[in-house]
Design a binder for this molecule. Structure first.
Ligand SMILES: Nc1ncnc2c1ncn2[C@@H]1O[C@H](COP(=O)(O)OP(=O)(O)OP(=O)(O)O)[C@@H](O)[C@H]1O
Ligand SMILES: [Mg+2]
Length: 447
């Protein structure tokens, strides 16, 4: 069928945002409180989680709710620290003024002054043009001045929209320049202390290392300033199934229940892969109004090829042999395990392997769902690692623990670590696949 209703690809809003009702409801309530009571009730939120779990689309849903209540929403561009807080706001102010929102004029005057001063101080001769977002380096901005200007803007917006205010958001906050992170934190502090009535809220997304990045940027007590909300790697099965079935139902297409279950199982509830599998299945289905188990089998095959070649194979190739060994041990446990089980399987103390764990976390292969446990950040990597690890062992110059030895160490701990039955088909390494160049980034596609 054509016109797939699914949304594969980073940042593409899904037709239904499954399993996030609680988050959205509490955001909605918080906005109502902020509109009436100001900063006292603001919960400046950072959605933290690994790649592909839905941080960006959840924040976009936050923004949509805010807009529907009459908030003006400003998205700060943070990628690579190329554009900072002040230029982003200035850019926004110019746009808003151009489209007739005169409440932004006062902020623009303040920003013009700040930008002028900071350019002057930095000794950079540049002008901020209307549509250009420029890097101000280093930005020397008094947080109190900016907080005051934002507070005034938010209150002005509220004059026209009594349930509104100002929402500032940043996607991938861990990529912001240190100076911006420090400035954002200082401005929020100032708002809390000196501008309590101001209806200003803040939301961001970030990778699991975000709190460390904030600490390095000298943002103290970030966990007290922000509400850090973890987005888990997988959706519960019922939410995952809803994400598959509901968008189709809305356009009169019915999934056979076992076909939808197959998608949920294949994706393991990982949101990015759920969309990929559902999308491919839609495309292979002949319809016109039903999607069958057989369609899902074919669609999953196509989706899996894409996931392997675009995400799993390049990521596996980039792993050092030790990281591949560590990943495979977690994979044998079903994708999630206690650190003590992993060290038993690898025959080394937790301390001895802690550096590999740190590397795997830094590379975005592994995350920490709770203290003392580790989880594969890409659930699909479990089957892929198990299928490809023996080749790595045979080619490695290091004495890696063979798969069978890991498995028997795991078996001998039976009862201590319930092994999750992953129950999914094995993903094979495509033989012709070239490794994708590029370092162990935290990025890379999540599909
Ligand atoms: N709750 C959800 N229900 C259904 N689909 C979802 C949900 N959350 C995310 N998705 C889908 O998963 C994919 C990834 O979402 P998104 O880009 O927001 O993730 P992310 O955590 O921001 O990833 P990255 O760190 O790579 O930016 C998109 O295709 C999106 O449509
Ligand atoms: Mg994102």
């Amino acid at each position: 069928m054509k016109d797939s209703v699914y949304s594969p690809g980073a940042g593409h809003a899904p037709p239904v945002l499954a399993g996030r009702d609680e988050l959205l409801d509490s955001w909605r309530m918080m906005l109502a409180d902020v509109a009436s009571m100001g900063r006292l009730r603001a919960e400046d939120t950072i959605l933290v989680g690994p790649r592909g779990v839905g941080k960006t689309v959840t924040m976009a849903a936050f923004a949509e709710i805010a807009e529907s209540k009459g908030f003006d929403v400003v998205s700060l561009q943070s990628s690579g620290g190329q554009a900072g807080l002040v230029p982003s706001l200035l850019h926004e102010a110019n746009d808003r003024i151009e489209s007739g929102a005169s409440v932004w004029r006062r902020l623009k005057r303040v920003l013009d002054q700040i930008a002028g001063v900071s350019f002057g101080v930095a000794g950079v001769s540049a002008s901020v043009s209307k549509h250009q977002t420029q890097t101000v380096a280093p930005t020397i901005v008094h947080p109190g001045t900016l907080a005051g200007a934002l507070a005034t803007l938010a209150l002005d917006i509220q004059m026209d929209h009594p349930t509104g205010g100002l929402m500032v958001c940043v996607d991938e906050i861990q990529s912001s320049a240190d100076s911006d992170l420090a400035l954002i934190a200082a401005v929020l502090h100032q708002l809390n202390g000196n501008h309590r009535p101001a209806p200003v809220v803040f939301a961001a997304t970030g990778l699991p290392k975000t709190l460390d990045v904030l600490a390095k940027a000298k943002v103290t007590h970030a966990e007290r300033l922000f509400y850090v909300k973890g987005i888990p790697v997988t959706l519960p099965a019922d939410a995952a199934k809803y994400a598959v079935v509901e968008p189709a139902a809305r356009v009169g297409v019915v999934w056979d229940s076992d076909a939808a279950d197959l998608i949920v199982a294949a994706s393991k509830g990982y949101p990015a892969h759920l969309q990929v599998y559902a999308h491919h299945t839609w495309r292979v289905a002949t319809g016109p109004a039903a999607i069958t188990f057989a369609d899902a089998q074919v669609g999953i095959e196509a989706g899996r090829d894409e996931i392997v070649s675009r995400a799993l194979a390049p990521r596996w190739e980039r792993m050092t042999d030790r990281r591949a060994e560590y990943t495979t041990a977690i994979a044998l446990c079903g994708g999630e395990a206690s650190t003590s089980t992993i060290s038993a399987m690898l025959g080394r103390s937790a301390q001895e392997i802690s550096w590999i764990r740190e590397q795997a976390i830094a590379a975005g292969d592994v995350c920490v769902p709770q203290r003392g446990r580790v989880e594969l950040a890409f659930p699909a990597m479990a089957d892929y690692a198990i299928a490809n690890y023996s080749k790595t062992v045979s080619e490695s110059s290091l004495p890696l623990v063979p798969l069978e030895e890991m498995q028997s160490a795991l078996d001998s701990r039976t009862g201590k670590e319930p092994s999750r039955d992953v129950g999914f088909a094995t993903l094979q390494h495509p033989p012709e696949e070239e490794p994708t160049p590029g370092g162990a980034n935290l990025g890379g596609p999540s599909i």
